[in-house]
Design a protein around this ligand. Structure first.
Ligand code: GAR
Length: 204
């Protein structure tokens, strides 16, 4: 079967995206990175994409002002690169209706907590881990889920669990969760590529 064509949207470092690129290169994931899109021209994700020779696009409210223009540009870039599955990897913006409609059921996100707990607007990065620690949780871990119109919402595809240890701070907990994010995201995509998880919108 042809490799699954992946499109990435990322705002910051892009370590999750890199873990997926590495899995493709090492043959652990039957997929091909087709395009990387970032709203942040300075993002590590765009730098990593250029380093790897993957088409990289800076698309933001600055490059595409006006209602619907950014959504249209993102959707056009994904379709021009024949993306089959969209991976949000630390993308801090909501997708617009055109992109969501074109890719409904084929957009994945990774979140650094066990959804439905500790998700939604404002729950990003350290804020998530701070909330987990403040709630006295005994465990945490990443969630891969399908994306819909709401932040950190939509059916859960996979989760991994790590302990919250005595003496943890947001940084130590984040590092433990991030290591699992890198494994979980690539593994979940491989289960999709192998047909073990079927996505309603994906015809292969
Ligand atoms: C990851 O921890 C990801 O789970 C989180 O942003 C980080 C991005 O790191 N996403 C969210 O909090 C979404 N609500 P990365 O840029 O190194 O992949």
């Amino acid at each position: 079967m042809a490799p699954l064509r992946l499109g990435f949207l990322a705002s910051h470092n892009g370590s999750n995206m890199q873990a997926i690129l590495d899995a493709c290169k090492e043959g652990r994931l039957a997929a091909q990175p087709a395009v990387v899109i970032s709203n942040n021209s300075e993002s590590g994700a765009l730098a990593r994409a250029r380093q790897e020779g993957i088409p990289a696009c800076h698309l933001s409210g600055h490059t595409h002002p006006g209602r619907g223009a950014l959504d249209q540009a993102i959707c056009a870039a994904l379709t021009a690169h024949q993306v089959e599955v969209v991976c949000l990897a630390g993308y801090m913006k909501r997708l617009g209706p055109q992109t969501l409609a074109a890719y409904r059921g084929r957009v994945l996100n990774i979140h650094p907590a066990l959804l439905p707990k500790f998700g939604g607007e404002g729950f990003y990065g350290q804020a998530v881990h701070q909330a987990v620690l403040a709630a006295g949780e005994k465990e945490s871990g990443p969630t891969v889920h399908l994306v819909d119109e709401e932040y950190d919402h939509g059916p859960v595809l996979a989760q991994a669990r790590v302990p919250v240890l005595p003496g943890d701070n947001p940084e130590t907990l984040a590092a433990r969760v991030l290591a699992q994010e890198h494994r979980l995201y690539a593994d979940t995509l491989q289960r999709i590529a192998r047909g073990e998880i079927t996505l309603a919108g994906l015809t292969r």
